[in-house]
Design a protein around this ligand. Structure first.
Ligand code: ARG
Length: 436
Protein backbone atom coordinates (compact mmCIF):
# COMPACT_ATOMS: atom_id res chain seq x y z
CA UNK A 1 0.00 0.00 0.00
CA UNK A 2 1.60 3.26 -1.06
CA UNK A 3 1.07 6.70 0.40
CA UNK A 4 -0.12 9.50 -1.84
CA UNK A 5 2.21 12.51 -1.79
CA UNK A 6 0.95 16.06 -1.25
CA UNK A 7 1.88 16.94 -4.77
CA UNK A 8 -0.03 13.98 -6.16
CA UNK A 9 -3.16 14.90 -4.20
CA UNK A 10 -3.08 18.55 -5.31
CA UNK A 11 -2.65 17.65 -8.94
CA UNK A 12 -5.38 15.08 -8.84
CA UNK A 13 -7.80 17.50 -7.23
CA UNK A 14 -7.12 20.04 -9.94
CA UNK A 15 -7.61 17.41 -12.59
CA UNK A 16 -10.83 16.27 -10.99
CA UNK A 17 -12.28 19.75 -10.64
CA UNK A 18 -11.57 20.73 -14.22
CA UNK A 19 -12.88 17.49 -15.64
CA UNK A 20 -16.04 16.87 -13.70
CA UNK A 21 -18.57 19.52 -14.48
CA UNK A 22 -19.73 23.09 -14.53
CA UNK A 23 -19.17 25.38 -11.58
CA UNK A 24 -22.94 25.83 -11.30
CA UNK A 25 -23.58 22.11 -10.92
CA UNK A 26 -20.80 21.68 -8.38
CA UNK A 27 -22.07 24.59 -6.28
CA UNK A 28 -25.64 23.27 -6.39
CA UNK A 29 -24.53 19.95 -4.92
CA UNK A 30 -22.20 21.44 -2.35
CA UNK A 31 -25.13 23.48 -1.11
CA UNK A 32 -27.49 20.47 -1.10
CA UNK A 33 -25.01 18.30 0.76
CA UNK A 34 -24.19 21.00 3.34
CA UNK A 35 -27.80 21.32 4.49
CA UNK A 36 -27.99 21.43 8.30
CA UNK A 37 -31.19 19.35 8.18
CA UNK A 38 -29.66 16.08 7.06
CA UNK A 39 -26.22 14.53 7.49
CA UNK A 40 -24.30 14.43 4.24
CA UNK A 41 -23.23 10.83 3.69
CA UNK A 42 -22.27 7.42 4.94
CA UNK A 43 -19.56 5.95 2.74
CA UNK A 44 -18.85 2.23 2.86
CA UNK A 45 -15.37 1.36 1.63
CA UNK A 46 -14.70 -2.27 0.82
CA UNK A 47 -11.44 -3.88 1.97
CA UNK A 48 -10.17 -4.52 -1.54
CA UNK A 49 -10.56 -0.82 -2.40
CA UNK A 50 -8.35 0.05 0.57
CA UNK A 51 -5.80 -2.55 -0.44
CA UNK A 52 -5.71 -1.77 -4.17
CA UNK A 53 -6.91 1.81 -4.62
CA UNK A 54 -5.88 3.69 -1.50
CA UNK A 55 -4.43 6.71 -3.34
CA UNK A 56 -7.67 7.51 -5.13
CA UNK A 57 -9.71 6.83 -2.02
CA UNK A 58 -7.70 9.28 0.06
CA UNK A 59 -7.68 11.88 -2.73
CA UNK A 60 -11.45 11.78 -3.11
CA UNK A 61 -12.06 11.98 0.64
CA UNK A 62 -9.60 14.87 1.00
CA UNK A 63 -11.41 16.58 -1.84
CA UNK A 64 -14.73 16.31 0.04
CA UNK A 65 -13.04 17.63 3.14
CA UNK A 66 -11.65 20.59 1.23
CA UNK A 67 -15.09 21.64 0.04
CA UNK A 68 -16.28 21.46 3.65
CA UNK A 69 -18.16 18.14 3.59
CA UNK A 70 -17.77 15.54 6.29
CA UNK A 71 -18.79 12.02 5.40
CA UNK A 72 -19.01 9.15 7.86
CA UNK A 73 -16.76 6.32 6.69
CA UNK A 74 -17.32 2.65 7.41
CA UNK A 75 -14.61 0.36 6.14
CA UNK A 76 -14.25 -3.35 5.55
CA UNK A 77 -11.02 -5.36 5.56
CA UNK A 78 -12.08 -8.79 4.32
CA UNK A 79 -9.17 -9.55 1.96
CA UNK A 80 -6.55 -8.32 4.45
CA UNK A 81 -8.12 -10.42 7.17
CA UNK A 82 -8.11 -13.52 4.96
CA UNK A 83 -4.43 -12.88 4.07
CA UNK A 84 -3.48 -12.50 7.71
CA UNK A 85 -5.37 -15.63 8.77
CA UNK A 86 -3.61 -17.60 6.05
CA UNK A 87 -0.26 -16.25 7.16
CA UNK A 88 -1.02 -17.23 10.75
CA UNK A 89 -2.25 -20.67 9.64
CA UNK A 90 -5.67 -20.09 11.14
CA UNK A 91 -8.49 -21.85 9.34
CA UNK A 92 -11.61 -19.92 8.45
CA UNK A 93 -14.87 -20.40 6.52
CA UNK A 94 -18.01 -18.55 5.55
CA UNK A 95 -21.72 -19.27 5.96
CA UNK A 96 -23.94 -17.19 3.63
CA UNK A 97 -21.19 -14.63 3.16
CA UNK A 98 -20.58 -14.20 6.90
CA UNK A 99 -17.23 -15.20 8.35
CA UNK A 100 -17.36 -17.95 10.95
CA UNK A 101 -15.46 -16.34 13.83
CA UNK A 102 -13.60 -18.39 16.41
CA UNK A 103 -11.80 -16.66 19.23
CA UNK A 104 -8.54 -16.75 17.25
CA UNK A 105 -10.23 -15.37 14.13
CA UNK A 106 -11.88 -12.64 16.20
CA UNK A 107 -8.53 -11.58 17.69
CA UNK A 108 -6.90 -11.34 14.27
CA UNK A 109 -9.99 -9.57 12.88
CA UNK A 110 -9.84 -6.97 15.62
CA UNK A 111 -6.15 -6.35 14.94
CA UNK A 112 -6.61 -6.13 11.17
CA UNK A 113 -9.65 -3.84 11.43
CA UNK A 114 -7.82 -1.46 13.73
CA UNK A 115 -4.75 -1.44 11.48
CA UNK A 116 -6.87 -0.77 8.40
CA UNK A 117 -8.78 1.97 10.18
CA UNK A 118 -5.50 3.62 11.24
CA UNK A 119 -4.14 3.36 7.72
CA UNK A 120 -7.07 5.39 6.38
CA UNK A 121 -6.98 7.93 9.19
CA UNK A 122 -3.19 8.38 9.02
CA UNK A 123 -3.30 8.96 5.28
CA UNK A 124 -6.12 11.48 5.64
CA UNK A 125 -4.17 13.30 8.32
CA UNK A 126 -1.08 13.40 6.10
CA UNK A 127 -3.14 15.37 3.60
CA UNK A 128 -4.31 17.73 6.35
CA UNK A 129 -7.80 16.30 6.62
CA UNK A 130 -8.93 15.86 10.21
CA UNK A 131 -10.09 12.31 10.88
CA UNK A 132 -10.59 10.03 13.85
CA UNK A 133 -10.50 6.24 14.33
CA UNK A 134 -13.61 4.75 15.89
CA UNK A 135 -13.46 1.01 16.51
CA UNK A 136 -15.59 0.48 19.57
CA UNK A 137 -18.71 1.65 21.40
CA UNK A 138 -20.81 2.14 18.26
CA UNK A 139 -22.44 -1.24 17.64
CA UNK A 140 -24.10 -2.85 20.63
CA UNK A 141 -24.62 -6.49 19.76
CA UNK A 142 -25.96 -9.81 20.86
CA UNK A 143 -24.22 -12.96 19.68
CA UNK A 144 -25.78 -14.16 16.44
CA UNK A 145 -26.36 -17.72 15.21
CA UNK A 146 -24.20 -20.09 17.25
CA UNK A 147 -22.59 -21.70 14.16
CA UNK A 148 -21.10 -18.28 13.27
CA UNK A 149 -19.23 -18.02 16.57
CA UNK A 150 -18.22 -14.55 17.73
CA UNK A 151 -20.31 -12.64 15.20
CA UNK A 152 -22.48 -9.80 16.44
CA UNK A 153 -26.14 -9.17 15.65
CA UNK A 154 -26.51 -5.41 16.03
CA UNK A 155 -29.08 -4.49 18.69
CA UNK A 156 -28.52 -0.74 18.79
CA UNK A 157 -26.18 1.87 17.37
CA UNK A 158 -24.67 4.56 19.54
CA UNK A 159 -23.92 7.57 17.35
CA UNK A 160 -22.58 9.84 20.09
CA UNK A 161 -18.87 9.44 19.26
CA UNK A 162 -19.68 9.90 15.56
CA UNK A 163 -21.64 13.07 16.25
CA UNK A 164 -18.85 14.39 18.48
CA UNK A 165 -16.36 13.86 15.66
CA UNK A 166 -18.57 15.60 13.10
CA UNK A 167 -19.22 18.51 15.40
CA UNK A 168 -15.46 18.89 15.77
CA UNK A 169 -15.04 18.92 11.98
CA UNK A 170 -13.49 15.48 11.91
CA UNK A 171 -14.20 12.62 9.55
CA UNK A 172 -15.18 9.59 11.65
CA UNK A 173 -13.73 6.34 10.29
CA UNK A 174 -15.55 3.36 11.76
CA UNK A 175 -14.63 -0.33 11.92
CA UNK A 176 -17.29 -3.05 11.87
CA UNK A 177 -16.55 -4.27 15.38
CA UNK A 178 -19.21 -4.57 18.05
CA UNK A 179 -19.52 -5.81 21.56
CA UNK A 180 -21.97 -7.61 23.81
CA UNK A 181 -21.65 -7.11 27.58
CA UNK A 182 -18.77 -9.61 27.66
CA UNK A 183 -16.63 -9.36 24.57
CA UNK A 184 -15.71 -7.92 21.20
CA UNK A 185 -17.66 -9.29 18.21
CA UNK A 186 -16.98 -9.37 14.50
CA UNK A 187 -19.69 -7.81 12.27
CA UNK A 188 -20.19 -8.11 8.52
CA UNK A 189 -19.34 -4.64 7.16
CA UNK A 190 -22.38 -4.44 4.87
CA UNK A 191 -24.73 -5.26 7.73
CA UNK A 192 -22.96 -2.70 9.91
CA UNK A 193 -23.45 -0.13 7.14
CA UNK A 194 -27.18 -0.82 7.02
CA UNK A 195 -27.59 -0.27 10.77
CA UNK A 196 -25.37 2.80 10.74
CA UNK A 197 -27.37 4.31 7.90
CA UNK A 198 -30.65 3.64 9.71
CA UNK A 199 -29.26 5.50 12.72
CA UNK A 200 -27.82 8.48 10.81
CA UNK A 201 -30.36 8.78 7.94
CA UNK A 202 -27.95 10.60 5.64
CA UNK A 203 -28.69 12.28 2.35
CA UNK A 204 -26.36 9.94 0.46
CA UNK A 205 -25.18 6.41 1.04
CA UNK A 206 -22.17 5.54 -1.07
CA UNK A 207 -20.62 2.15 -1.69
CA UNK A 208 -17.09 2.48 -3.02
CA UNK A 209 -16.15 -0.63 -4.92
CA UNK A 210 -13.66 -1.73 -7.53
CA UNK A 211 -16.27 -2.18 -10.27
CA UNK A 212 -18.08 1.03 -9.39
CA UNK A 213 -21.67 0.10 -10.13
CA UNK A 214 -24.23 -2.40 -11.30
CA UNK A 215 -23.84 -3.67 -14.87
CA UNK A 216 -26.53 -4.99 -17.22
CA UNK A 217 -26.56 -8.06 -19.47
CA UNK A 218 -24.39 -6.30 -22.06
CA UNK A 219 -21.92 -5.35 -19.35
CA UNK A 220 -22.96 -1.70 -19.58
CA UNK A 221 -23.14 0.34 -16.41
CA UNK A 222 -26.73 0.99 -15.24
CA UNK A 223 -26.66 4.70 -14.40
CA UNK A 224 -29.84 5.01 -12.39
CA UNK A 225 -32.27 2.59 -10.82
CA UNK A 226 -35.72 3.68 -9.80
CA UNK A 227 -36.82 1.17 -7.16
CA UNK A 228 -40.56 1.87 -7.44
CA UNK A 229 -40.49 1.21 -11.18
CA UNK A 230 -37.68 -1.23 -11.79
CA UNK A 231 -36.93 -3.35 -8.72
CA UNK A 232 -39.11 -6.36 -9.59
CA UNK A 233 -38.04 -6.32 -13.21
CA UNK A 234 -34.34 -6.21 -12.29
CA UNK A 235 -34.51 -8.94 -9.65
CA UNK A 236 -35.90 -11.30 -12.30
CA UNK A 237 -33.02 -10.73 -14.73
CA UNK A 238 -30.81 -13.73 -15.26
CA UNK A 239 -27.71 -11.55 -15.75
CA UNK A 240 -27.96 -10.02 -12.26
CA UNK A 241 -25.57 -12.32 -10.40
CA UNK A 242 -26.14 -13.31 -6.80
CA UNK A 243 -23.71 -10.78 -5.25
CA UNK A 244 -25.40 -7.89 -7.02
CA UNK A 245 -28.87 -9.25 -6.23
CA UNK A 246 -27.99 -9.25 -2.56
CA UNK A 247 -26.57 -5.73 -2.85
CA UNK A 248 -29.72 -4.46 -4.55
CA UNK A 249 -31.87 -6.10 -1.86
CA UNK A 250 -29.77 -4.39 0.81
CA UNK A 251 -30.05 -1.07 -0.98
CA UNK A 252 -33.83 -1.41 -1.16
CA UNK A 253 -33.91 -2.09 2.60
CA UNK A 254 -31.73 0.97 3.16
CA UNK A 255 -33.96 3.20 1.06
CA UNK A 256 -37.04 1.94 2.92
CA UNK A 257 -35.50 3.43 6.07
CA UNK A 258 -34.42 6.73 4.55
CA UNK A 259 -36.25 9.93 3.65
CA UNK A 260 -37.44 10.23 0.04
CA UNK A 261 -34.71 12.75 -0.74
CA UNK A 262 -31.94 10.22 0.01
CA UNK A 263 -30.22 8.06 -2.54
CA UNK A 264 -27.62 5.32 -2.72
CA UNK A 265 -24.70 5.43 -5.15
CA UNK A 266 -22.18 2.77 -6.09
CA UNK A 267 -19.01 4.17 -7.61
CA UNK A 268 -15.21 3.88 -7.68
CA UNK A 269 -13.04 6.12 -5.48
CA UNK A 270 -11.66 8.09 -8.45
CA UNK A 271 -15.20 8.83 -9.68
CA UNK A 272 -16.66 9.86 -6.33
CA UNK A 273 -16.45 13.64 -6.96
CA UNK A 274 -18.06 13.25 -10.36
CA UNK A 275 -20.82 11.07 -8.94
CA UNK A 276 -21.54 13.57 -6.18
CA UNK A 277 -21.15 16.90 -7.92
CA UNK A 278 -22.66 16.41 -11.38
CA UNK A 279 -26.19 15.66 -12.54
CA UNK A 280 -25.17 12.74 -14.70
CA UNK A 281 -22.78 11.28 -12.09
CA UNK A 282 -20.43 8.37 -12.65
CA UNK A 283 -21.64 5.13 -11.19
CA UNK A 284 -25.02 3.60 -10.38
CA UNK A 285 -27.45 5.70 -8.38
CA UNK A 286 -30.45 4.02 -6.78
CA UNK A 287 -33.46 6.03 -5.59
CA UNK A 288 -36.84 5.26 -4.06
CA UNK A 289 -38.19 6.59 -7.26
CA UNK A 290 -41.63 7.54 -8.35
CA UNK A 291 -44.40 6.18 -10.51
CA UNK A 292 -45.09 7.33 -14.02
CA UNK A 293 -48.56 8.46 -15.09
CA UNK A 294 -49.73 8.29 -18.68
CA UNK A 295 -52.41 10.72 -19.97
CA UNK A 296 -54.06 11.26 -23.32
CA UNK A 297 -54.79 14.94 -23.79
CA UNK A 298 -56.89 17.11 -23.71
CA UNK A 299 -56.85 17.41 -19.93
CA UNK A 300 -56.63 20.92 -18.45
CA UNK A 301 -54.97 19.93 -15.20
CA UNK A 302 -52.26 17.92 -16.95
CA UNK A 303 -51.74 20.65 -19.57
CA UNK A 304 -51.04 23.17 -16.80
CA UNK A 305 -48.52 20.94 -15.07
CA UNK A 306 -46.91 20.04 -18.38
CA UNK A 307 -46.54 23.71 -19.34
CA UNK A 308 -44.88 24.51 -15.99
CA UNK A 309 -42.30 21.73 -16.31
CA UNK A 310 -41.47 22.46 -19.96
CA UNK A 311 -41.17 26.22 -19.49
CA UNK A 312 -38.90 25.87 -16.45
CA UNK A 313 -36.79 23.21 -18.05
CA UNK A 314 -36.24 25.07 -21.37
CA UNK A 315 -36.34 28.51 -19.74
CA UNK A 316 -38.66 29.50 -22.61
CA UNK A 317 -42.42 29.85 -23.19
CA UNK A 318 -44.56 27.16 -24.78
CA UNK A 319 -46.21 28.58 -27.92
CA UNK A 320 -49.82 29.59 -27.09
CA UNK A 321 -51.46 27.20 -29.55
CA UNK A 322 -49.30 24.19 -28.60
CA UNK A 323 -52.10 22.00 -27.23
CA UNK A 324 -54.68 23.06 -29.81
CA UNK A 325 -52.41 22.35 -32.74
CA UNK A 326 -50.87 19.06 -31.68
CA UNK A 327 -52.72 15.90 -32.56
CA UNK A 328 -53.34 13.08 -30.09
CA UNK A 329 -50.86 14.21 -27.48
CA UNK A 330 -49.77 11.46 -25.07
CA UNK A 331 -48.12 12.78 -21.93
CA UNK A 332 -45.99 10.80 -19.47
CA UNK A 333 -45.36 12.50 -16.14
CA UNK A 334 -43.51 11.47 -12.96
CA UNK A 335 -45.80 11.15 -9.93
CA UNK A 336 -43.89 14.06 -8.35
CA UNK A 337 -44.84 16.29 -11.34
CA UNK A 338 -41.24 17.27 -12.02
CA UNK A 339 -40.48 15.55 -15.32
CA UNK A 340 -42.52 14.94 -18.45
CA UNK A 341 -42.44 13.56 -21.99
CA UNK A 342 -44.99 14.31 -24.73
CA UNK A 343 -45.48 12.11 -27.78
CA UNK A 344 -47.51 13.57 -30.62
CA UNK A 345 -49.54 11.78 -33.26
CA UNK A 346 -48.87 14.46 -35.88
CA UNK A 347 -46.89 12.01 -37.97
CA UNK A 348 -47.74 8.35 -38.61
CA UNK A 349 -44.57 7.39 -36.68
CA UNK A 350 -44.77 8.62 -33.03
CA UNK A 351 -42.86 11.86 -32.60
CA UNK A 352 -41.38 12.83 -29.22
CA UNK A 353 -42.34 16.46 -29.13
CA UNK A 354 -41.09 17.42 -25.68
CA UNK A 355 -38.92 16.00 -22.92
CA UNK A 356 -38.37 18.18 -19.85
CA UNK A 357 -37.07 17.85 -16.28
CA UNK A 358 -37.29 20.71 -13.75
CA UNK A 359 -33.78 22.16 -13.30
CA UNK A 360 -33.76 21.47 -9.54
CA UNK A 361 -34.77 17.84 -10.16
CA UNK A 362 -31.94 17.08 -12.57
CA UNK A 363 -29.61 14.35 -11.34
CA UNK A 364 -32.36 12.39 -9.59
CA UNK A 365 -32.84 9.88 -12.37
CA UNK A 366 -36.32 11.17 -13.23
CA UNK A 367 -35.55 11.56 -16.94
CA UNK A 368 -34.13 8.06 -17.26
CA UNK A 369 -37.10 6.50 -15.42
CA UNK A 370 -39.58 8.40 -17.54
CA UNK A 371 -37.78 7.41 -20.72
CA UNK A 372 -37.76 3.75 -19.67
CA UNK A 373 -41.54 3.73 -19.07
CA UNK A 374 -42.42 5.66 -22.22
CA UNK A 375 -40.41 3.24 -24.35
CA UNK A 376 -42.57 0.33 -23.21
CA UNK A 377 -45.47 1.97 -25.11
CA UNK A 378 -43.43 3.27 -28.05
CA UNK A 379 -41.04 0.84 -29.68
CA UNK A 380 -40.82 3.19 -32.69
CA UNK A 381 -40.02 6.83 -32.18
CA UNK A 382 -38.22 9.86 -33.57
CA UNK A 383 -37.39 13.28 -32.20
CA UNK A 384 -35.21 16.32 -32.64
CA UNK A 385 -33.02 18.42 -30.40
CA UNK A 386 -31.13 21.69 -30.79
CA UNK A 387 -27.54 21.08 -31.92
CA UNK A 388 -26.17 22.68 -28.73
CA UNK A 389 -28.54 21.01 -26.24
CA UNK A 390 -26.52 19.37 -23.41
CA UNK A 391 -29.00 16.46 -23.40
CA UNK A 392 -27.62 15.31 -26.78
CA UNK A 393 -25.05 13.03 -25.11
CA UNK A 394 -27.90 11.17 -23.45
CA UNK A 395 -29.84 11.02 -26.72
CA UNK A 396 -26.79 9.71 -28.53
CA UNK A 397 -26.48 6.91 -25.98
CA UNK A 398 -30.10 5.75 -26.34
CA UNK A 399 -30.95 6.33 -30.03
CA UNK A 400 -30.42 3.81 -32.81
CA UNK A 401 -29.55 6.47 -35.36
CA UNK A 402 -28.97 10.20 -35.64
CA UNK A 403 -28.65 12.76 -38.39
CA UNK A 404 -26.98 16.05 -37.56
CA UNK A 405 -28.26 19.11 -39.40
CA UNK A 406 -27.02 22.67 -38.79
CA UNK A 407 -29.77 23.61 -36.31
CA UNK A 408 -31.23 20.30 -35.30
CA UNK A 409 -30.08 16.80 -34.50
CA UNK A 410 -32.68 14.21 -35.46
CA UNK A 411 -32.73 10.90 -33.58
CA UNK A 412 -34.72 7.72 -34.06
CA UNK A 413 -35.40 4.26 -32.68
CA UNK A 414 -37.03 1.30 -34.42
CA UNK A 415 -37.15 2.81 -37.91
CA UNK A 416 -35.22 0.83 -40.51
CA UNK A 417 -37.02 1.69 -43.76
CA UNK A 418 -34.99 4.36 -45.53
CA UNK A 419 -37.90 6.24 -47.15
CA UNK A 420 -39.88 6.26 -43.88
CA UNK A 421 -36.80 7.66 -42.18
CA UNK A 422 -36.35 10.41 -44.80
CA UNK A 423 -39.97 11.35 -44.28
CA UNK A 424 -39.49 11.54 -40.49
CA UNK A 425 -36.35 13.68 -40.83
CA UNK A 426 -38.14 16.04 -43.20
CA UNK A 427 -41.02 16.32 -40.73
CA UNK A 428 -38.65 17.06 -37.85
CA UNK A 429 -36.56 19.73 -39.55
CA UNK A 430 -39.55 21.65 -40.95
CA UNK A 431 -41.70 21.52 -37.84
CA UNK A 432 -42.27 25.02 -36.40
CA UNK A 433 -40.76 25.77 -32.99
CA UNK A 434 -42.90 24.89 -29.99
CA UNK A 435 -40.99 26.90 -27.36
CA UNK A 436 -39.90 30.49 -27.84
N1 ARG B 1 -24.79 14.19 -8.08
C1 ARG B 1 -26.06 13.64 -7.83
C2 ARG B 1 -26.06 12.86 -6.54
O1 ARG B 1 -25.10 12.27 -6.13
C3 ARG B 1 -26.56 12.82 -8.98
C4 ARG B 1 -25.74 11.63 -9.33
C5 ARG B 1 -26.29 10.86 -10.47
N2 ARG B 1 -25.60 9.64 -10.61
C6 ARG B 1 -25.91 8.63 -11.44
N3 ARG B 1 -25.14 7.55 -11.44
N4 ARG B 1 -26.96 8.70 -12.21
O2 ARG B 1 -27.06 12.82 -5.86
Amino acid sequence: MSQPSNHFVKNTILKLLGAIGSEKEIKKYIQKFSSPEQRFAVIKVGGSVIRDDLDNLITSLVFLNQVGLKPVILHGAGPMLSDQLEKDNIEFSFIDGQRVTSEKVRDVAQKVFIETNKLIVDNLKKQNAKAVCIYKDVFNCAKGKSELGLVGNIQSVDVSTINDALENDMIPVISPLGQDPNEVLNINADLATIELVKAIKPYKVIFLSETGGIFNGENKLIETINIALEYQELMEKSWLHSGMKLKLEQIKTLLDHLPKSSSVSITQPINLPKELFTDSGSGTMVKHGFRIKHYVLPNDRVENKFKKIIEASFNKKLVPNFFAETNKLNVFMSSCDRATIAISGDHHIPYMDKFGVLPEAKGEGLGAGLWHEMRKTYPQLFWRSRANNPINNFYMSICEGCQKRADWHIYWIGISDYSVLQDCIEFAVTKPRSVI
